[in-house]
Design a protein. Structure first.
Length: 454
């Protein structure tokens, strides 16, 4: 820095000296030619001074233009005291930019390799033009398409698939059935959105869930058959036993009828046995009818509803009856205004009432000294959660695993279809019904409603 200042001072002094000499020789001496030379030197020194002072600006300008054009090939010699520090800084910055660029390229190739070799089929496209910007090998193998550049190319697979991907909301999940090479495939489709250099891109993941569904289907059938077998055996075995008793009463050993030989006691046993068979048969018919009803959940009649108001009204409705039974019920709504959802209010009311009734019955059986039911409504970015919690006896893991299986019940007079029906209602609303419980710590049911991005 001092060297630079010294050069500036020397050039200013020389410039002033040549200027003064030119004036002196022109005015006070007859050597006008020498005055002309002094003037020439004066002008040259001015240009030299300007060139010297602007040299650093030129170097800095060239350096910044090189950075703008991503040209890091220039190196600056670190010679000369006046430019040594500046060129050292230039070389240091250039080296750092080269390191950052190499690191970015390395990360890019790493992520590209990860995406390409990912087992999850992935695709990204420009939302405005629907041009494909990324597809990986798993996606090509899933759809048997070696290459495609536009979203509409998926029409070759299924026209509904293109519409589903196009209309799929960010963070939403869609289950879709697609016919690929003559084979029905179930796909779980999820989307994320990102903005790169002002351009919106949608990243879509396709999950082939055939194997998971097959496994779940087998498990569900096994559980359902186990429950149904238990229920049917409870009715059929007594019917079979009573039929055998009746046969012994009315049929002789030689196969002839002996109804006329029955005494009063045998007739009374016969009547009781027939009534029991009738009762058990009707119960079995009712069981089969209930199974048919469970399989036919009506389509929700959707409308815009304030869930906070709906729950508050239900709590008010149930409060007096529960209070008479010694059970307190409390509702803790989310802060803020209304919680607007598109639901079938009657179906959701039935689900909530069913959960409140179940909680009340569990509390009655537990002999809890301070039985209480709490409902909490929480609102998040993409979902609304309503919890129904009790401080009853809770459930063990075995019961918890079967609680949503049709006809499974721990109640003496329960049908076992309430929770299963409630879960189907929530699924019909693209939501879910979940449960958490521990023995001695109570039970919490969660109604999760998907809420579109506002």
């Amino acid at each position: 820095m001092w060297s630079f200042r010294l050069h500036i001072v020397i050039r200013i002094l020389l410039t002033l000296g040549f200027g003064a000499a030119a004036i002196y020789f022109w005015i006070y001496t007859p050597f006008w030619l020498l005055s002309g030379w002094m003037t020439l030197f004066f002008v040259l020194m001015i240009f030299n001074l300007i060139h010297f002072t602007e040299r650093s600006d030129r170097d800095l300008s060239n350096f910044l233009m090189a950075i703008k054009q991503s040209d890091f090939t220039n190196t600056y010699p670190q010679v000369g005291k006046k430019t040594k520090n500046l060129y050292y800084a230039f070389n240091l910055i250039t080296s750092e930019f080269i390191r950052i660029r190499n690191e970015k390229e390395s990360n890019f190739h790493f992520l590209k390799t990860v995406v390409e070799h990912s087992g999850v089929p992935l695709m990204a496209f420009d939302v405005a033009t629907e041009e494909i910007s990324l597809i990986n090998q798993s996606l090509k193998e899933l759809f048997h398409l070696p290459h495609f550049t536009k979203l509409e190319s998926l029409d070759r697979i299924d026209s509904k698939l293109v519409k589903s991907v196009r209309e799929l909301d960010v963070n939403d999940r869609l289950l879709s059935k697609v016919l690929i090479k003559g084979e029905l495939t179930y796909l779980s489709i999820q989307a994320r959105e990102l903005v790169l250099q002002g351009v919106r891109h949608k990243v879509v993941a396709f999950h082939d869930i055939n194997s998971e569904l097959d496994q779940k289907e087998v498990e569900s059938w096994q559980k359902l058959i186990r429950v149904m077998t238990h229920e049917i055996k409870n009715s059929v075995i007594p019917i079979s036993t009573l039929a055998e008793v009746i046969n012994d009463l009315v049929v002789a050993d030689d196969g002839t009828s002996r109804i006329k030989e029955l005494d009063n006691e045998d007739e009374e046993d016969l009547v009781v046995s027939m009534k029991t068979i009738e009762k058990r048969s009707k119960g079995l018919v009712k069981f089969v009818t209930s199974y048919g009803d469970l399989a036919k959940v009506p389509k929700p009649q959707l409308e815009q509803v304030d869930l906070k108001e709906l729950v508050a009204d239900l709590v008010t409705l149930e409060h007096k009856e529960l209070e008479r039974a010694g059970t307190s019920i409390e509702f803790y709504p989310t802060s803020g205004g209304a919680v607007e959802l598109t639901i079938d209010p009657e179906m959701i009311e039935q689900v909530i009432i069913n959960l409140i009734k179940n909680a009340h019955e569990a509390l009655k059986e537990s002999q809890q000294s301070s039985p209480k039911i709490q409902l909490r409504l929480s609102k998040y970015a993409h979902e609304v959660v309503l919890t129904v919690e009790d401080n009853g006896p809770g459930m063990d893991q075995e019961t918890l695993d079967q609680v949503f299986i049709p006809f499974f019940t721990t109640k003496k007079e329960g049908s076992g279809i309430g929770l299963s029906y409630s879960k189907q209602v929530m699924r019909a609303h693209k939501g879910n019904l979940k449960v958490r419980s521990k023995l001695g710590e109570g039970t919490t049911f969660e109604l999760r409603f998907w809420k579109a991005h506002e």
